[in-house]
Write a protein that binds this ligand. Sequence first.
Ligand SMILES: C[S@@+](CC[C@H](N)C(=O)[O-])C[C@H]1O[C@@H](n2cnc3c(N)ncnc32)[C@H](O)[C@@H]1O
Length: 254
Amino acid sequence: MQEALEVEFDTVAAWTEEAVAALGADHAIPAACRGSGRPADLAWLADGLELADGDRFLDAGSGLGGPTAWLVTEFSWRWRGSVVLAEPMVHAATASVRLFGHPAVAAWTEELPLADGCVDAAWALGVLDTVPDKRAVLTELRRVLRPGARLGLLVLVARGERAAELESNSFPTDVDLHRDLAATGFRVHDRVEASTLPDAPPEWTRRADAVEAFLAEQHADDPAWHQAQEQTAVLGGLLDSRDVVIVLLRCEAV
Ligand SMILES: C[S@@+](CC[C@H](N)C(=O)[O-])C[C@H]1O[C@@H](n2cnc3c(N)ncnc32)[C@H](O)[C@@H]1O
């Protein structure tokens, strides 16, 4: 599992920086969001964060930092505050700093180097389904969030038996996810299936596809590329068959 994690979230993530350098800065955000949300997902979650000027925002398991770059760009009209990205894969974390200039720490969400209650809003996108112990992650997020703070989650949940086919992930069921949230001090205000929200605009998709094509061309001979492609294909099949679905949640730290 650790090796699969590193291939998908460190090696391939770091290559993405090369693609952006070659294709142009306007590819950076779609490129760095390939592991997670589309603009409609991010907008739905961002609306639930209730960000106010001065709020400190945490992106836990931030990958290449694309979602936070999207948030800072799209929400600048209503929120200016500090952001911190925490991502355990060192190459991904450093690439995110070079791509977008936001501070990032190399840290697992189970052990965040942050003081109690110092965060006003956070999101963790595509992270919970990659960790076996969801309560450890949620407990630590609850520790760093102040009471009343908002947490946005994008979680791939298991709806069918085939969800167990992807060994690199551990998809929670809906019931377990809600139990874990309640047990760790979160109230769920709203939830939606990502499939009910609009697709990404064509221009966003075109740029993400261009990055994918660039990476395929540059790294076709690398076993890491093939391993990551296989994982992506299996996950795509599970999403198509609805054995796994993407759920977005707006939560409050109580
Ligand atoms: C699907 S990617 C999503 C990345 C990013 N959140 C995004 O939406 O673009 C999952 C991320 O979770 C990170 N991750 C895995 N286990 C983690 C943990 N225990 N704590 C924090 N991040 C973790 C991975 O390194 C990877 O960057």
